[in-house]
Design a protein around this ligand. Sequence first.
Ligand code: WT7
Length: 632
Amino acid sequence: MKNFVTKKGNKYWPSQEMKSIAWIKDDKIYKKDKIKFWEEQAKNLQWIKPWKTAYEEKLPYFKWFKEGKINASVNCIDRHVNKNKTAIVWIPEPHNQKKVEISYKELQEEVSRFANLLKKLKVKKGDVVTIYLPMIPEVIFAMLACARIGAIHSIVFSAFSEEALKSRIIDGKSKVLITANGHYRKGEEVYLLDKVKIAIEGTKLKKVIVIPRLAKRIPSDFINYKKEIRKESSECKPEVMNSEDPLFILYTSGTTGKPKGIIHDTGGYLTQAYTTSKFNFNLHENDLMWCTADVGWITGHTYSCYGPLSLGNTLLIYEGSPDYPNFGRWWEIIQDNKVNVFYTAPTAIRLFMKYGDKYVKKYNLDSLEILGTVGEPIDEDAWNWYFKNIGKSKLPIIDTWWQTETGANVINALPGVGPFIPSYAGKAFPGINMAIVNDKGNKVKTGKTGHLVQLSPFAPGMLRGVFRNEKRYKETYWSKFKDKYDTSDGAFMDKDGNIRLVGRVDDVIKVAGHRLSTAEMENALDDDEYVNEAAVVPVPDKIRGEVPVAFVVLEKGKPSDELKKNLIQDVRKRIGPIATLKEIYFVEDLPKTRSGKIMRRILKGLLSGKEIKNVSTLVNPDSVKKIKENLA
Ligand code: WT7
């Protein structure tokens, strides 16, 4: 293994060996004019027509690369075809199934066929196509096929429930769904079509393309991908897109009960996906990158598809679970495929910490060069475990802070610049302006915690709106500070500009790095006939970071274990297994302000055994005392 870091005090810095191969070796790049920086980067992409205006801002809207014409699939496929290279390495979960390597040439053919099939089904530029697929190569074919013809993909995480899928199909007004009959997970066959049938019932969606991943029959009212795809030509002319045309939408949770469709554009998003993949992971020509995120999340969109492919790199995707057949699986994959860049989440690292490093020791991880983490703050213990056991104390850990809304990475330490400080994400990426402000929007002093915001010029990868909900776009991101983008995260900065994140300041919780809305879970509970009112709050969890618990006021009936079970099921059905409530407390009343707002902060405090002071703003201060007795 290469030796890429040296330690000074409690900080790690890039070694000479690291610097010698790093794209960025010093901090000059941070001082560059921000718009010029992104223009220079965008020139690395292939444009059909160059832009005239690099950046235009009329808040809360802004545009990048106006008048520019581009197609994302061309950038991710066609321009790499002559390199004779592998684009995707796919590892199926069952050990007796062979890995599949797909060259850029094959990718071009598969994507073109898929794009032609979509066209045959009357999908047009600007239409939304919903994708509900596990981690199989066809998910990437599907994304790029949409991009090829200018359709907007909307991926729904395949472990989400039928109701979650349905609501996203309806909100997206989508008429075509791409799914699979199932996949393998923890050694089992997971069948998807029962969920699909329920999801599309009563919607306008009539066309369902099914990838036969399992040897199971595909109902005749669905389109069998394998049969149909062979009829299509392997050539498809790419659609000419405006830089600002949407590439995809991706639903994410916010503070209300309804997920929002975050819109990302084509040219700006691709520029930031490309640039951050290259600089953060120091990707060179022959590097193999493995980002373990499912494409159902933004991390998978950007770093398991658009980023590495736009660079012409090889990416690896794995179908299954990290513990199948045991906790050595991931390390085996790294060893056997000589993975160079490995990007995962703190929740996975904590899982490996718990189940010991005995598995890690069995494998040779010498091919690794850069490690990455994303999704939630990484505590020092997890950081150190990752650093020592996977990086053998030789590799930089790139802790990347970003969001579904930012499209690509925003805060991190660059591999050739550093420093790498356990639990600090790092500095704002070159070309991006971040600040920490108080409630009034004024910058806070060094070391003081405040709201993390982005300042103008807003990065090219940023969201361009909320699908069919302009009001929500304005209210969520632009109402608190007007001229600053509100991340809803709390953070503080050290004297050198390194940022440490302290978590969300809104009612979003992060379960195993995945974003869940307390309101969405509460709505699911409220809809149960036995429930009068509910409040959901997070409690700390050793592996998953946070998990939700609920306080429930009953409408009728009596508290029982059976009712508890049913209510837990209600929420899982609405959202999916990640929204499994750890506990339900039946209470008589919930603490509320005079305006009727449930004080979740107080409930959180009660659960952590904090002394609750200042209940005078509540209409029902007694409720706190009673809940306390109930919890004791
Ligand atoms: C929220 C966004 C970005 C892809 C995955 C999550 C938290 C994300 C970090 C990090 C501390 C982080 C923030 C953010 N978060 N990365 N490196 N350190 N917190 O995307 O589901 O949209 O969630 O995840 O709270 O707001 P997301």
